[in-house]
Write a protein that binds this ligand. Structure first.
Ligand SMILES: CC(C)(COP(=O)([O-])OP(=O)(O)OC[C@H]1O[C@@H](n2cnc3c(N)ncnc32)[C@H](O)[C@@H]1OP(=O)(O)O)[C@@H](O)C(=O)NCCC(=O)NCCSC(=O)C[C@@H](O)C[N+](C)(C)C
Length: 255
């Protein structure tokens, strides 16, 4: 599958990668071709050891209006399970992910947000989950993300009523991890990315992956203990301890 000018783009600048949804005329809906291209970009990012942060941005007024509704109604397009499996891949991405929710997130677009580690919104953001109203049962990873990120009561409220909520309420229930004025969005995004990039990569990626497993109810004691021992033997821990003693910023290499 090759990208065209409407499918999501990927750019990489040092430790920071940016995925951009580029179908503003259709509220950045994601069709099968977009999902294929997203998967290719995720493969590229996961294979690039330098990348520590992956930002997901959109063009236009809406962040993402979910799965292409015409694909849902088509017998030849992949099942909406394919959409869900793609969101699972976003959750499992090796770098730390930040969704930049500058506008509406609807249906599967809300799950794209919840699959990310951070969700920075602006006051222009809003969301609703219309799957049940459309006649569609949601897929397992997305239901699980709703419950683990927002809690059972909010998951039921949003799935069972398709209520539309605004940015301040999205922040209150934990859908957004922070809400910033639109004119401060870029500065805040850069500051958050820099904070993450300053972390030691081995525990950064390892802790992220294990926290996601814990959220799914899987506690990998043995794997976490091995990761602790590995980090204790790493050059980065020695550098971190030296930097702390010398009162300077550490210079981590990921070894
Ligand atoms: C986004 C929106 C609020 C924008 O309204 P607007 O008044 O500013 O603009 P518009 O004229 O409605 O939309 C612009 C264009 O964008 C298209 N569009 C917008 N969202 C789309 C979508 N999700 N699928 C296909 N086309 C979509 C519209 O059909 C239209 O196409 P056209 O110019 O060819 O007429 C409005 O289009 C809207 O409500 N869209 C649908 C949102 C929605 O219900 N999303 C859920 C999609 S289904 C979904 O995600 C399924 C999910 O729940 C389950 N699963 C993840 C498992 C697959």
């Amino acid at each position: 599958m090759t990208a065209d000018s409407d499918t999501p783009s990927l750019s990489v600048d040092g430790h920071v990668a940016t995925l951009r949804l580029r179908r503003p005329g259709q509220a950045n809906r994601l069709g099968p071709q977009d999902l294929d291209v997203l998967r290719e970009h995720l493969d590229a990012v996961n294979a690039n050891d330098a990348v520590r942060v992956l930002r997901i941005l959109s063009e236009g007024k809406y962040f993402c209006s979910g799965y292409d509704i015409s694909s849902l109604a088509s017998e030849t397009a992949p099942s909406s399970l394919y959409f869900g499996q793609t969101m699972d891949l976003i959750e499992a991405a090796r770098p730390v992910t930040i969704a930049v929710v500058q506008g509406g997130a609807y249906g599967g677009g809300t799950d794209l947000c919840l699959a990310c580690d951070f969700r920075i919104g602006t006051p222009q953001a809003d969301m609703f989950m219309p799957a049940t109203r459309l006649g569609l049962h949601f897929y397992p990873g997305g239901m699980s993300r709703y419950v683990t990120r927002l809690g059972l009561a909010q998951a039921k409220r949003l799935f069972l009523t398709a209520e539309r909520i605004q940015a301040d309420e999205m922040l209150r229930i934990g859908f957004l991890t922070e809400l910033v004025p639109a004119d401060r969005l870029q500065d805040r995004l850069d500051a958050l990315s820099a904070q993450i990039v300053a972390m030691a990569p081995i525990p950064l990626f390892g802790v992220k992956a294990q926290l996601n497993r814990i959220a799914r109810g899987e506690i990998d004691h043995a794997g976490i203990e091995q990761a602790v021992l590995r980090s204790e033997q790493s050059e980065d821990l020695a550098e971190g301890a030296r930097a702390w003693k010398e009162k300077r910023a550490p210079n981590f290499t990921g070894r």
